[in-house]
Each structure stands twice: as C-alpha cells, then as structure tokens.
Design a protein around this ligand. Structure first.
Ligand SMILES: Nc1ncnc2c1ncn2[C@@H]1O[C@H](COP(=O)(O)OP(=O)(O)O)[C@@H](O)[C@H]1O
Ligand SMILES: [Mg+2]
Length: 251
C-alpha cells in the first residue's frame, strides 16, 4: 500500500484537482485507491460528489471515534474518507487534547486498513499545521504540485525542510517523491522556471506537466473527474501520463 500526501503550503496550485484525477486514473487502470480528504474546505470530497454533513468523516476519524469512514465513489476503484466543515474543529481539538499523541492519529488509523488498497492519496490543506503533520506522519511519500507564478517558489525550501523535519521527528520512512508543474503554459517564464526546477531537483522533478486547460474547471463544476467527463482533454491525457511516470518511480 503506497501512501502519498499531495502537499504544497500554497492554495490554488491544484493539490485537490491532482489528488482526484490521479486517483481516478489509478482506479481506471485497475488499482484500488483511497482518497483521504484532510482539508476542511472538503474540495476533493465535493469533486468526488461525496459531501454530506451526516457522514462519518475525517473529523470523527481524527477524534478516534469508532466508525465506518470509507465511502465508495461513483468511480472505478476509488474510495474516500470524506471531509466536511466539522474538520475545521479538528485542529484546535487535537492540539488541546493531551491524552493521545497528536501527530500520529491518522497514521494509527491507516495501519488498520493496511493492505486493503494499492494507493492512499492524502489531499492536504494549504498549511503546515496539525492536519498536515498528521498527513506527513502517515505517509511514505510527498508529491508537490507547483503552479508557476511570481511567488511559485516562495516557501518551497521551507516545504522541503518541513518534510525533512517530519522525517526526523515522526516518520523515518517519509520520502520526497517529487514535484510537478500544474496549469502549465507555453510561455518563456514557464520554460525558465521549469529549467530552474529541473536543475535544482534533478530526478525529483517530473518530466510530465499538466497543461492549463479549461476542461479542468468544467470537470470540477460537474464534480466528475476528467477521465470520466472528458478523457480526451489535454489535462486528462497529462494526468494519465503523469500517473505512469509516478508509477515508474514507485517500482
Ligand atoms: N490544469 C488546470 N487547468 C486549468 N485550471 C486548473 C487546472 N488545475 C487546477 N485548476 C483550477 O485551479 C483552481 C485551484 O485548484 P485546486 O485543486 O482546488 O487547488 P488546491 O487544492 O491546491 O487549493 C481550481 O479552480 C481548479 O479548477
Ligand atoms: Mg485543495
């Protein structure tokens, strides 16, 4: 079971879009995939059309309440532990509850489902608080989507050192799987920044980028992953190729 956190401290870089479309593509190719929605905004839950206030959700999971958290989705091989707005309460509650370890709650639960899935993909919030720390403690890999803009690389070093810190503190198995570009455009700026990143990251920079594509926005509005609503869209083809590249790194 490969456990991968999709993480970037920035919002709007396509963590959620990537989590959902990578999950759908892996599911389509015969894998069993569990999405863990760790963002109180619940966007991957909504994208997979699983949002409900009544569900046993990530919030109850982190509180350690005994329940059936895993929900089936409409999509082949894709399952989810949904989030809802209650998750916003989880962070302060975890911080103030000193009876149980704070950082390893998700990790403990993930151990109970060991072997039931080929992949677990964790959609992280855009921050390095207790929710993200739980994701890093539970994961084996961190995958970082990057959207190129003026501030794209601000905080990137900090992100890498936070992964290193989590490795030292709670999870010696944690590895940086790599970074990939989302919403890619054929501009000179994009070319420059990609070549800078390639120099800095070497093999940890994925060749495949995800093109900027309005079909992605439509897919989120329809709550249907690209592989199902528009498999011929540029971004759908890109996610498919990215998944093959990710798989080849994980052998
Ligand atoms: N390849 C793409 N082309 C065009 N728009 C995209 C693409 N990927 C993501 N988006 C849009 O960017 C916005 C942010 O994506 P999202 O996955 O929610 O980011 P994050 O989870 O990092 O906050 C969304 O409105 C989404 O529709
Ligand atoms: Mg998101």
């Amino acid at each position: 079971m490969k456990i991968i956190s999709l993480l970037n401290i920035k919002g709007g870089v396509a963590k959620t879009v990537s989590t959902v479309n990578i999950a759908a593509e892996l599911g389509n190719s015969g894998k069993r995939v569990l999405v863990l929605d760790l963002d109180p905004q619940s966007n991957s839950t909504k994208y997979l059309d699983c949002y409900s206030h009544d569900n046993a959700s990530m919030y109850e999971l982190l509180r350690g309440e005994d329940n059936n958290y895993i929900k089936d989705t409409e999509y082949e091989g894709v399952f989810i532990v949904p989030a809802n707005i209650r998750l916003i309460l989880a962070e302060p509650e975890i911080l103030s509850d000193t009876r149980k370890a704070r950082e390893t709650r998700l990790k403990k639960w993930v151990k109970t489902i060991d072997g039931q899935f080929d992949y677990v993909l964790i959609d992280c919030p855009p921050a390095l608080g207790m929710l993200t720390t739980n994701a890093l403690a539970a994961s084996e890999y961190v995958l970082v989507p990057i959207k190129i803009d003026k501030f794209a690389l601000d905080g990137f070093q900090y992100l890498l050192s936070s992964i290193e810190e989590a490795r030292e503190e709670f999870n010696e198995n944690l590895k940086f799987l790599g970074a990939f570009i989302t919403m890619d455009k054929a501009t000179n700026i994009n070319k420059e920044i990609k070549s800078e990143l390639r120099d800095a990251l070497g093999t940890k920079f994925f060749n495949q980028t995800i093109r900027d594509n309005v079909e992605v926005v439509k897919s989120t509005f329809d709550s249907i992953p690209l592989a199902y609503c528009n498999p011929n869209a540029n971004a759908a083809k890109d996610y498919k190729a990215l998944v093959r590249e990710i798989e080849s790194c994980l052998i």
